[in-house]
Design a protein around this ligand. Sequence first.
Ligand code: ZN
Length: 311
Amino acid sequence: MAMETTDDQQQSQGGGFSLPNIPTNIPGMPKVGDVLQKGGKKVEQVIAQGAKKLLQKAAFTPEFWIGVGIAIVILIVIALFLIIITTIVGGSNGNPLPSPEPGPPPTQGQLLTCPSGDYATCLKQDFNISVLGGTSNDIMRIFQAFAFAGQSKQYVSLLTANGPLRIFILGYDPKVCSGLTIGILGIIKISNGACFTMPIDSFRHLIIHESGHVIVGRNPRLYQSFPWTQYQTTDSSCYDHGYLKSYALRCGSSCGIRPKAESFAESVSDSLTEYDNSKFGSAQPIPDFPADCPATYNWFKDNVFGGFTFF
Ligand SMILES: [Zn+2]
């Protein structure tokens, strides 16, 4: 910090004139170097004292405490945001995403079981399905339905193409089991009551039909490629006014129920098992789906179920 000066440096190094020789060693006067050294130390002391005062001042001013408060609030907001995101991503039950399964993935045709009895966890881990509401028995029935359909790996991958399938068990109806699906969002809503007291094959038929709408919503190109118009001629005995005739809620074109989408969803369900739906609504039985509707059946076998057959 201190600057050393010499007499030599005081002389001009160029130019047309030179500075007069000024004696620097006057008796009783401090040397120039001493003055600068002392001055430097003083400056250092002033700076150090000033910084100390500033730090002390900053640590106790209202502005300082306001700054600390704002920082704490920001940290809390970030923590809450992360918790919410984790909850949303983790599923409707609020659990974080499960760690990757330790074993190999299920093979084609494997009917999975849930030895732990924790069917909600098994649904999430095996099929990426979350269930909100319902009793443990209701969730067990949902697991049984998807464990059967889920023997086809391609079906599961189409179903969960854009994320988990979420099933909401909302409302109570002791007489009718009804389903409502928002396909593109992967949401199935079913009513409580009759849905979970009906025979398992009836329940499975309904919820797998609803899952067909999710496949439609999440795989639009696949849905567009379904030769529905052509198959109404090829499999003429299977269709009624554009609907696969095992579908129960057929109505005119003005009712808003789309015959192509319903035929698609119903075919997904009919591919699993022979099921007589004729006691519901306007449904007509298709006793042997593979034999009675071969073009439709084979298209779904190849394009939805990856060649897997349930019969
Ligand atoms: Zn439907």
